[in-house]
Design a protein around this ligand. Structure first.
Ligand SMILES: Nc1nc2c(ncn2[C@@H]2O[C@H](COP(=O)(O)OP(=O)(O)OP(=O)(O)O)[C@@H](O)[C@H]2O)c(=O)[nH]1
Ligand SMILES: [Mg+2]
Length: 311
């Protein structure tokens, strides 16, 4: 599987060709895993959580693949690799597979390679796929777009914390877990649970079949993790029964298709010699106010798509 993922991650054209053939052959074997996304700000305890939660699952006989989307991962090779020591036991567990974020390129490119790694992991028989992302920028949206259930890990900061969390990210969450609900932090964690729960009530749920709620956990002590897994199972049952899971996955596949089209189009603009030559000129004209961005973009598209649309 590691070799398959390496092919998928390679930017070499010959590797890409083999990777796509491999994915096409494996496609019928994919789609069976529970796909969970996990996000949270740096230091909230994602790695500690994944180590403990992953071990809980492998202890149940489940096979777990941990993947990551971190578009800034060029610096460390990924948040997962950065602190693999926090996942030492899981990393050595024969039922687990851990892969750091593919590095470099656009978020779209990083996300594609993670999606494809997810398909490979499913075909290889992994039962649960955990996709981690750091709580910054657009990466949450792209992870939420590739998983069945999006879990947001929060610290026991309560009200002050709430101010700092972008509403859009809370809206993505199917489940919120207040981590570090242990020791001195336990009372603050309970208060935070109440506040987050109240905040969730003000948001429209993504589907009628499931109401997002807030759980307490301590990744460090291994407490509350069974409840998180119970929620993941209840979510899956509810959305399978309502038909929402199939619809969600179909919509995600369609959105992925459009992302590929957009990225492919941009890539072909950059490699087409005629288009590439025109780009600096159009950029200059747009910068100087000589033409509108819309007109310039249409001219370039017209050129590439073979129909001259002179603005
Ligand atoms: N008290 C307590 N501390 C915790 C818990 N979970 C994690 N921590 C601590 O919080 C710190 C950060 O934990 P990590 O698991 O590295 O957090 P992270 O979200 O992976 O951080 P980044 O990889 O930097 O984004 C460590 O010192 C952990 O020991 C918990 O449940 N309770
Ligand atoms: Mg980490």
């Amino acid at each position: 599987m590691a070799r398959g993922i390496t092919l998928v991650e390679s930017s070499r054209a010959d590797h890409q060709k083999i990777a796509q053939a491999l994915l096409a052959a494996l496609l019928p074997e994919t789609g069976k895993a529970v796909r969970l996304g996990l996000s949270g700000t740096p230091g909230v305890g994602k790695s500690t959580f994944i180590e403990a939660f992953g071990r809980l699952l492998t202890g149940k006989g489940l096979r777990v693949a941990v993947l990551a989307v971190d578009p800034s991962s060029a610096r460390t090779g990924g948040s997962i690799l950065g602190d693999k020591t926090r996942m030492e036991l899981l990393a050595r567990d024969p039922r687990a597979f851990i892969r750091p974020s593919p590095s470099g390129g656009t978020l779209g490119g990083v996300a594609r390679r993670t999606r494809e790694a997810m398909l490979l992991a499913e075909a290889a028989g992994y039962d649960v796929i955990l996709v981690e992302t750091v709580g910054v920028g657009q990466s949450e949206t792209s992870v939420a777009d590739m998983v069945d259930m999006f879990v947001l890990l929060l610290a026991p900061g309560g009200g002050d914390e709430l101010q700092g969390i972008k509403r859009g990210i809370m809206e993505l969450a199917d489940l919120i877990v207040v981590n570090k609900a242990d020791g001195d932090l336990a009372p603050a964690a309970r208060r935070a649970q109440t506040e987050y729960q109240a905040a969730l009530h003000l948001m429209r749920p993504k589907t009628a079949a499931w109401t997002p709620h807030v759980l307490l956990a301590s990744a460090l002590k291994g407490e509350g993790l069974d409840k998180v897994w119970e929620a993941a199972e209840a979510y899956r049952t509810a959305l399978t029964k309502s038909g929402d899971l199939d619809r969600l996955r179909a919509n995600q596949a369609k959105a992925w298709f459009w992302t590929e089209l957009r990225e492919g189009l941009i890539a072909s603009l950059k490699t087409d010699p005629k288009a590439a030559a025109l780009v600096p000129q159009l950029e200059r004209e747009v910068g100087e106010g000589g033409t509108t961005p819309t007109a310039a973009a249409r001219r370039l598209l017209g050129l590439v798509l073979g129909r001259a649309e002179e603005a």
